[in-house]
Design a protein around this ligand. Structure first.
Ligand code: FDA
Length: 299
């Protein structure tokens, strides 16, 4: 990261919300579920499925966890009522993992039972490494209750091959991504190629075992390598799908869709858009710099 981008990362939290909103519009469906459903409908028309995420992770109490639980129950109902081809992605810390793991499991169980009654799917997002063991353990317990529950494995973590082998052997659907949190080099690969190679290695394990693979990346190199692997193995489209975040790499996304591969778009919405957008901007400071320069030039 160059020094200008480092400066951007530092000053972003001091900037007005309106600046962050300029950037956020593209990556967030809006503040309300109706916004997310409208986006989902448009994407469905464009031959893409969706997964809906309610923004928010650092909750302060179990009453807040219950609100998120109820909100996700509502999302499932509205997906069904509107005939949306989509499912949900949630974070265990939203449901109280760091406050009371038992309450978190109870909240998740209600959501999973609702999904089961509707034949829908629940994806448990993966958070930082302090959550990995709990997330895997809870996912396995939920998967035993209802098989259409899956989680996410990050290719930057050195432990991931072992985790994928264990989960895939039990038939758990896995989303493979690079990983978004800042982890220590003791447990995480830091080199771009190491992370890419591990990503492909994890996919190969999934393809070997027959577990469903969600290939979550906007990296054109990984998209190409995945497509080649799929073609080389003659994999049926029921075995995998690509996934991308709303508003990111839309040209690449369209190419994948036109190539006849499944594509699921991750749609975040909610009042917590500011924290989410700030994180996106801090990960991608050149984009913030670009907006800033445009503002300065136009202003
Ligand atoms: P890379 O970082 O190389 O990005 C390739 C290009 O895509 C960049 O050059 C940039 O232009 C663009 N880009 C990528 N991410 C962007 C962003 N956020 N905003 C704007 N532009 C962006 N992580 C995690 O730890 N736990 C999880 O549960 C999930 N879940 C998840 C779901 C889905 C559907 C996706 C696509 C990603 C995740 N991630 C995640 C995030 C993932 O771990 C990773 O941080 C990002 O996808 C960025 O890595 P890429 O593989 O896209 O490559």
């Amino acid at each position: 990261m160059n020094s200008f981008n480092r400066l951007i990362v530092k000053i972003l939290p001091l900037m007005p919300k309106s600046f962050v909103h300029l950037f956020a519009g593209r990556y967030i469906a809006g503040e309300h579920l109706d916004d997310a459903l409208a986006e989902a409908g448009r994407l469905n028309e464009g031959r893409m499925t969706v997964t809906i995420d309610i923004l928010g992770e650092n909750i302060s109490g179990l009453d807040e966890a219950a609100l998120y639980r109820d909100a996700f129950l509502g999302v499932l109902d509205r997906i069904r009522d509107k005939g949306i081809d989509g499912n949900i992605s949630l974070k265990l810390t939203q449901l109280g993992l760091k406050i009371d793991p038992r309450a978190c499991v109870d909240n998740l169980t209600e959501i999973v039972d609702k999904a089961r009654s509707q034949g829908n799917f629940v994806r448990i997002d993966m958070e930082d490494s302090t959550c990995t063991d709990d997330t895997i353990e809870i996912c396995l317990a939920m998967h035993a209750r209802y098989e259409r529950v899956g989680t996410v494995i990050q290719s930057y973590l050195k432990r991931s091959q072992a985790d994928v082998r264990m989960l895939a052997a039990r038939g758990v659907s896995l989303r493979i991504c690079k990983g978004i949190y800042n982890e220590s080099p003791a447990i995480a690969f830091k080199g771009r190629d190491e992370i890419r190679n591990n990503f492909m290695g994890l996919l190969e394990i999934l393809f070997d075992t027959g577990a469903f693979a969600a290939i979550a990346t906007h990296d054109p190199v990984l998209v190409e390598r995945s497509k080649s692997l799929i073609a080389a193995r003659g994999l049926d489209s029921s075995r995998y799908e690509f996934q991308m975040l709303l508003g990111v790499a839309e040209t690449l996304r369209q190419g994948v869709v036109d190539g006849g591969h499944g594509m699921r778009v991750y749609i975040p919405f909610g009042e917590a858009w500011y924290a989410y957008s700030l994180r996106r901007l801090q990960e991608n400071p050149s984009l913030a710099a670009h907006i800033l320069k445009n503002l300065v030039i136009q202003g």
